[in-house]
Design a protein around this ligand. Structure first.
Ligand SMILES: C[S@@+](CC[C@H](N)C(=O)[O-])C[C@H]1O[C@@H](n2cnc3c(N)ncnc32)[C@H](O)[C@@H]1O
Length: 160
């Protein structure tokens, strides 16, 4: 039974268990990415359980015990760079709307009283800028460092 959702799993690089039976792995693309990066050939398999858009998830309200949300965080990399192929790239004019809708969808599908964990990298956009655009404040998380884990709790009064 898939009780945990990852709506943008990419190459599952942060997983110790890449095929955990309780996790539903989604992404907006399914592809094998191969690229020469400084003379080294790199390969990344992106094989979601099914293709999905985290701004409009085809999942019922209040249906997961936990959601892990690691959206693209780059806006300045080249469109065909290895970084863009690995992590995806945000549009510089619409990133705020994309991430706000993404977190709203994660909060819609997680059960009341449960948590959405969002991973962020400050490489191109500061966490303070990100937080201005999101529909809810994190309850707790990393307050320093390049990589930040932010935890959003869905209030028990917020059943959809
Ligand atoms: C930072 S990467 C995720 C890396 C992943 N956590 C890992 O461990 O490898 C972000 C992923 O979000 C995907 N993505 C971008 N926009 C999306 C959308 N609207 N819906 C679903 N996935 C999306 C990209 O294809 C990319 O694979």
């Amino acid at each position: 039974m898939q009780t945990i959702l990852d709506p943008c799993c990419g190459g599952r690089m942060f997983y110790f268990e890449k095929n955990h039976p309780n996790i539903l792995y989604l992404d907006k693309r399914s592809e094998v990415v191969e690229m020469k990066d400084r003379e080294v050939i790199r390969t990344l398999n992106i094989e979601p359980d099914y293709i999905a858009d985290f701004t409009n998830l085809d999942e019922p309200n209040n249906s997961f015990n936990f959601v892990v949300f690691d959206p693209p965080h780059l806006i300045n990399c080249g469109k065909n760079s290895w970084l863009a192929k690995k992590y995806g790239k945000l549009d510089k004019d619409t990133w705020q709307d994309t991430l706000s809708k993404g977190l709203s969808e994660c909060l819609r599908v997680v059960k009341p009283g449960c948590v959405v964990a969002m991973k962020w990298s400050e490489r191109d956009i500061k966490t303070t800028e990100l937080l201005k655009t999101l529909p809810q404040k994190p309850a707790f998380g990393d307050k320093s460092g390049m990589t930040r884990w932010l935890f959003f709790v869905k209030g028990i009064e917020n059943e959809y």
